[in-house]
Design a protein around this ligand. Structure first.
Ligand code: OSB
Ligand code: MG
Length: 372
């Protein structure tokens, strides 16, 4: 396949409700989309980077820059490309995994559409639908939190994840556990808000029968998570720390994570995400699919990934209406707590280009090969 052009779009998506984590409050998502034009057709990829560098060092401004200055020119300079070759071609650029993942996803979409195969088939999906959980932000009060959680339970979500931070942990977790009953799947995500000085405090979460605690400490400190994992009975699950298969294997070997959250954007693409899945399955470590407030474009790919056999826990693969009143694709709708895995070629849905245009935050940028 020959790459002829790379388009970078930036779209502003209003959220149906604000989303608060230990990093701050978000009311809109600025979504960077990549569209590749090839001699075999087009493909779309969504970048999970946020507006600000608070979840990771990447953010949409940096992604747009590195794609324009390095990643797109490199791929446009190749005689021919394959999705499997994108990672190697871009390896000389350190980091910028979310930017690379978006490009790889777009190339993979074009390639699999041309070949007539779905992402599910490419990844090795073994299920036709996936069980869904929902990530619940920090709320203004316990009552507001319980109201929101009730809505999700009524909608059919099979697992609740609560965002926590110092000052918003034991009390909301106790209240939601009391609401849901002992058997419901409940887990927490700290997004790096604690330190090793909080071990005794975090041990008090052991009373609530949580599925896991996600990323309590700073991403570089895998060793601190190993200390915590030995000190508490709640399973520790890494998110931010896991940036590659090598890091995942190392964290598992060191006892820092007994469950792994897989996000394709964080690890440099869906193909690396599948490799992490395989490595975890080999080691008997359960995985689940994380989310980054994706539109239907990224959500479709996540749902295909979550259909692999090692994804034994419900993921943050919620329905489109969890975040968006109008999605950039046909919406994902929860059916009996599940989302269906798309079966049509590529990521499997059509992009609503009218909305991409109508909600554009700036003019799309088109990058083409320039001969020197
Ligand atoms: O830590 O999983 C996280 C959203 C943005 C950045 C980080 C995280 C999240 C979520 C939302 O928890 C998951 C979703 O897309 O529903
Ligand atoms: Mg997380």
């Amino acid at each position: 396949m020959r790459l002829d052009a790379v388009e970078v779009h930036l779209v502003g998506m209003p959220l149906v409700r604000s989303f608060e984590t230990s990093f701050g409050v978000q009311t809109e998502r600025a979504v960077l989309l990549v569209r590749v034009l090839t001699d075999e057709g087009e493909g779309w990829g969504e970048c999970v980077a946020g507006t600000d560098p608070v979840y990771s060092s990447e953010y949409v401004g940096a992604v747009a820059g590195v794609i324009r200055d390095y990643l797109a020119p490199t791929l446009l300079g190749l005689e021919s490309i394959t999705a499997a070759g994108v990672d190697g071609a871009l390896r000389y650029v350190v980091g910028h995994r979310m930017a690379k993942a978006a490009l790889e996803a777009a190339v993979l979409d074009a390639e699999s559409r041309a070949a007539g195969v779905s992402f599910g088939a490419v990844f090795g999906a073994t299920r036709t639908s996936v069980e869904c959980g929902v990530s619940v932000g920090i709320a203004p009060s316990i009552d507001a939190l319980l109201d929101e959680v009730c809505g999700y339970v009524d909608a059919g979500y099979r697992r609740i994840k609560l965002k926590i931070k110092p000052g918003w942990d034991l009390e909301p977790v106790a209240a939601v556990r009391a609401l849901l009953g002992a058997d419901a799947l409940l887990q927490v995500d700290a997004n790096t808000a604690y330190t090793l000085a909080d071990v005794d405090h975090l041990r008090r979460l052991d009373d609530f029968g949580l599925v896991l605690i996600e990323q309590p400490f700073v991403e570089e400190d895998v060793a601190a998570h190993a200390v915590l994992a030995r000190a508490i009975s709640t399973p520790v699950c890494l998110d931010e720390s896991i940036v590659s298969t090598a890091v995942a294997v190392d964290a598992i070997d060191r006892g820092a994570t007994s469950i792994v959250n897989i996000k394709a954007g964080r690890v440099g693409g869906y193909l690396e995400a599948v490799r992490i899945h395989d490595a975890c399955v080999e080691r008997g470590v359960p995985v689940w699919c994380g989310g980054m407030l994706e539109t239907g474009i990224g959500r479709a790919a996540n749902v295909a990934l979550a259909a692999l056999p090692g994804f034994t826990l419900p993921g943050d693969t919620s329905a489109s209406d969890r975040y968006y009143a109008d999605d950039l694709t046909e919406p994902f709708v929860l059916r009996d707590g599940h989302l269906d895995v798309p079966t049509t070629p590529g990521f499997g849905l059509e992009v609503r280009t009218d909305l991409v245009r109508a909600w554009a935050l700036r003019e799309p940028e088109t990058l083409v090969h320039r001969r020197h």
